[in-house]
Design a protein around this ligand. Sequence first.
Ligand code: SAM
Ligand code: 2KA
Ligand code: SF4
Ligand code: MG
Length: 202
Amino acid sequence: MPYTVREIFHSLQGEGVQAGRPAVFLRFSGCNLWSGREEDRAAAACRFCDTDFVGGEKYPDAQALAGAVRNVGGATRTVVVTGGEPGLQLDAALVAALHGLGFEVAVETNGTVDLPPGIDWVCVSPKAGTTLKVTRGDELKLVFPQAGAAPETFEHLDFTHFLVQPMDGPERDANTRAAIAHCLTRPRWRLSLQTHKIVGIP
Ligand SMILES: C[S@@+](CC[C@H](N)C(=O)[O-])C[C@H]1O[C@@H](n2cnc3c(N)ncnc32)[C@H](O)[C@@H]1O
Ligand SMILES: Nc1nc2[nH]cc(C(=O)O)c2c(=O)[nH]1
Ligand code: SF4
Ligand SMILES: [Mg+2]
């Protein structure tokens, strides 16, 4: 199956429980919750996205794409598959090809699309007003605050870690204070900062 990829880059995982870990980021094009065009943002299901996932380059098959991931990563053997919404394109063939090159495969998903089996680390970031299909995984990382997506409504799901990540944008400082206050009152939750933005790396 051909894949459309926005970018592949080598950086540190900035967010979540694995923050600080070197990884190759494989960012797929396209999302089911927003077109990626500014003129559509106000009417989209997900309106706070901080990412450009429009357009990109095609790879003809899983081997070609896995090889490209290896070629940008030096000795790093962790790949974070993201987007856009990676669940729209990530399939068993690509997971197998990445495993075949020695990669541990992590995914960042909005959780509304089924994932192939065999992924090593699943991070779900729920979006208000959507229905989760992926209800288990390693971390649930909720962008906070979101009207209609109270943290308490996710606590019954089968995740090892629960995190709140302050929504970036004009209210980021206030959102960070609110996220800290949330963790202090509900200690099941921990804070996820977007550390790559703080230190100025991709
Ligand atoms: C760009 S998304 C791509 C993966 C997938 N579509 C998703 O939403 O999880 C990567 C991560 O950035 C988070 N994110 C997007 N916009 C954000 C913002 N304005 N502030 C904080 N986190 C944001 C998402 O919730 C997700 O955890
Ligand atoms: N450094 C870094 N860490 C990240 N973790 C998740 C990201 C994403 O956009 O999915 C991301 C990203 O864009 N950069
Ligand atoms: S679901 Fe993810 S990629 Fe899609 S618009 Fe929302 S944050 Fe961006
Ligand atoms: Mg990002």
